[in-house]
Design a protein around this ligand. Structure first.
Ligand SMILES: *Cc1c(COP(=O)(O)O)cnc(C)c1O
Length: 358
């Protein structure tokens, strides 16, 4: 007997594998906030947990109002999802059909390829220069079939970003019927003057959507909440295809509290950027090649897949798990999330031992 057969494009998908953890030691494989989350978020979640029998507000009204007030944007042009991942999936559902093309930069976030595959669309990857998005290479690959362009800025797993003027140049080269998604998952970390999250573009243009998440700077990855801001027509399309109660009540409550805990966000940014500035030169001093990063992780080039695997095994033996990059076509690299000061001290000691042992 044979059961129901999934679509062939679905069977072609390699399921997403999250970062691994050890029973003991440091999990530095998923770009999580090492400081945890805001106490106020936990408080609000605990309070909301008194009424788990109630369905959530399907429109996430209060949270959207709060986001709107925080960023001075129209709450009616915001939609929430179970992580920004879900929003990407919903965009695929609303805009893609078999044969369409999804364009990304070569080492773009893995979820973009899943979105394309689910829809039977084709993923087109534009080559990068020094692991940075190359706007000209992207524009050269736009065709009649291009429907969605995904740009993570900064990008995961490379840690690189492109300037606002480059983002604008990318947009200017796209037809108006092509949806440009500006994924700002790490926007809060970036201090560079020439960086911009693209909120204004999402305000001004009929084909730009900006996404944000509570998973990274707010340290609420476990709750699954992301949001998007953009033109009414795109927000409307996402509402049509989302589940009626796609975001839980406890997540909405906790995220609302986290959103306004500016002190926690500032502390997280200061810790991260301070540790980035400490770790990168220290690793380079030991002889490792480390790419510049404006996010909460570092991409390290070990020169070969074999050496990267050896590093992985060695670090695990020291109780440290980082992320292998095989799924990103960067098998010679590993991605290290910024941890607590204590974790990072252990990381430096372990890398130093690894460098000396070989
Ligand atoms: C972590 C990450 C996200 C956020 O995903 P969530 O579903 O909101 O947890 C989005 N984009 C990129 C590039 C990321 O690295």
């Amino acid at each position: 007997m044979t059961g129901p057969k999934p679509l062939s494009n679905i069977l072609a998908i390699t399921p997403y594998k999250g970062g691994q953890k050890l029973d003991h030691g440091w999990k530095l494989s998923s770009n999580e906030n090492p400081l945890g989350c805001s106490d106020k978020a936990v408080e609000a979640l605990t309070k909301a947990a008194q009424h788990l029998e109630l369905y959530p507000d399907g429109s996430a009204f209060a949270l959207r109002q709060a986001i709107g007030a925080k960023y001075d944007i129209d709450p009616d042009r915001i939609v929430c999802g179970a992580g920004s991942d879900e929003i990407f999936q919903l965009l695929g559902r609303a805009y893609l059909q078999p044969g369409d093309e999804v364009l990304q930069s070569a080492h773009g976030f893995l979820v973009y390829s899943l979105v394309a595959q689910q829809a039977g669309a084709k993923l087109i990857s534009a080559p990068e220069k020094d692991l940075r998005t190359d706007v000209d290479a992207m524009l050269e690959r736009v065709t009649d079939k291009t429907k969605i362009v995904f740009l993570a800025n900064p990008n995961n797993p490379t840690g690189s970003y492109i300037s606002y003027s480059e983002v604008k140049r990318l947009h200017a080269g796209l037809r108006e019927d092509i949806l440009l998604v500006l994924d700002g998952a790490y926007a809060e970390y970036v201090q560079q003057d020439d960086y911009n999250d693209g909120m204004e573009m999402a305000h001004d243009y009929p084909n730009v959507l900006m996404t944000r998440t509570f998973s990274k700077i707010h340290g609420l990855a476990g709750l699954r909440l992301g949001w998007a801001y953009g033109p009414e027509s795109i927000i409307d399309a996402v509402h049509r295809v989302r589940g009626p109660f796609n975001v839980t009540s406890v997540a909405q409550a906790a995220c609302l509290a986290a959103l306004n805990d500016d002190a926690f966000v500032a502390k997280s940014v200061a810790h991260n950027n301070g540790e980035l500035d400490r770790l990168k030169p220290a690793l380079e001093e030991m002889g490792f090649k480390v790419f510049p990063s404006v996010a909460n992780f570092l991409l390290i080039d070990f020169g070969s897949e074999k050496r990267a695997e050896e590093a992985d095994v060695f670090l695990r033996s020291k109780g440290i798990v980082i992320r292998d990059m095989k799924a990103y076509g960067l098998a010679h690299c590993m991605r290290l999330s910024i941890g607590t000061t204590e974790a990072n001290d252990d990381v430096l000691a372990a890398f130093n031992d690894f460098a000396k042992a070989s």
